[in-house]
Design a protein around this ligand. Structure first.
Ligand SMILES: Nc1ncnc2c1ncn2[C@@H]1O[C@H](COP(=O)(O)OP(=O)(O)O)[C@@H](O)[C@H]1O
Ligand SMILES: CC(=O)N[C@@H](CCC(=O)OP(=O)(O)O)C(=O)O
Length: 291
């Protein structure tokens, strides 16, 4: 019994070997969505996986959201919040709460959990060291631009500080807040921010963790998950996608078209989904690859 349990573990380790070899030194940008952060055990498992990736020689970078956490804080403060085309309409008052929750709360929580494993994680806002420079973005509704407040579109990424942290053996944990050249602050969808950073770093992989198994072929039917598709196939599908999947798949497309060889959407509710994707032959979720 003891032997067979140990043999199963040895099989898992040997299956991981070619993947450990292939990804040694590889930069992996991981987008951690607010919907995958609900459960304490899952959050601890995520932090453990990120520390594991770091310890076996990858260079993980985390870009996080916190949409549900922002909604809850706005609700407690009695500030109304709505979404247009998947983006939060962000008044100046709401922007202060977005910044406080993303950089002051969610970021700190993730940094704290990862650092239980060693002095690895360093938290940053996208505002720091000119990491993300943005301009005001308008949503497009029925082909017309609509004002959605302080929502930003990233026009420039300076990944110098992130590279310096990676070279120093740290794990950068980044909130999706950006600044403009004239010092305004902007709320950026975290999927979009992760893709911009993955391209700027020329990452080997981008992994988006969310609350569904992957991209469903016939949503809202959830029986058929697309396991792999090319950038061209995804571009054709884009107009048919709805709600939260739009920024997510757009981010995968941007990353792959920008030179990132693989972009994945995984179920963050599955314990250790990161390890299952990177270190098993089957992988999980949906993978987008170049055409
Ligand atoms: N084709 C599709 N496949 C999977 N999910 C879809 C699809 N179309 C829309 N969705 C919805 O998108 C949601 C994921 O987006 P979102 O809630 O914004 O996630 P997150 O908070 O992780 O960024 C899913 O929970 C699902 O309800
Ligand atoms: C402009 C915009 O919509 N910004 C998002 C930023 C957080 C985010 O993207 O969080 P998730 O990854 O958890 O969805 C928001 O305010 O909710």
């Amino acid at each position: 019994m003891r032997l067979s349990t140990a043999q199963t573990k040895a099989a898992a380790l040997t299956e991981a070997l070619p993947w450990l070899t292939r990804y040694h030194g590889a930069t992996v940008v991981i987008k951690y969505g607010g919907n995958a952060m609900t459960d304490d055990a899952l959050k601890e498992g995520f932090a453990e996986d990120v520390a594991f990736l770091h310890q076996v020689g990858l260079r993980p970078v985390v870009v996080h959201g916190g949409g549900p956490q922002i909604s809850s804080a706005l609700g407690k403060l009695g500030i109304e919040s709505t979404f247009t085309a998947g983006l939060r309409v962000t008044t100046p008052e709401a922007m202060q709460v977005v910044r406080m929750v993303l950089t002051g709360q969610v970021n700190r929580d993730i940094v704290g959990l990862v650092n239980r494993h060693g002095p690895f994680a360093v938290g940053m806002s996208g505002e720091d060291a000119h990491l993300f420079t943005a301009v005001r973005k308008h949503a497009i509704v029925d082909g017309e631009p609509v004002d959605i407040g302080q929502v930003g579109e990233i026009i420039k990424v300076d990944p110098g500080a992130v590279r310096a942290l990676l070279d120093d053996g740290r794990i950068p944990i980044i909130s999706s807040v950006a600044r403009s050249d004239d010092g305004e602050i902007y709320n950026v969808n975290a999927d979009t921010a992760a893709a911009a950073l993955a391209v700027a770093l020329q990452a080997h992989k981008m992994i988006v963790l969310t609350d569904v198994e992957g991209l469903y072929a016939n949503w809202p039917d959830d029986t058929d998950v697309i396991d792999v598709l090319t950038a061209d196939e995804l571009a054709t599908l884009m107009p048919t996608l709805s709600s939260g999947m739009v920024p997510k798949m757009e981010a995968c497309l941007t990353a792959v078209q920008g030179g990132v060889p693989h972009a994945h959407v995984l179920d963050g509710r599955v314990p250790h989904s990161l390890l299952l994707e990177i270190f098993t032959n089957e992988g999980i979720g949906t993978m987008v690859r170049p055409s």
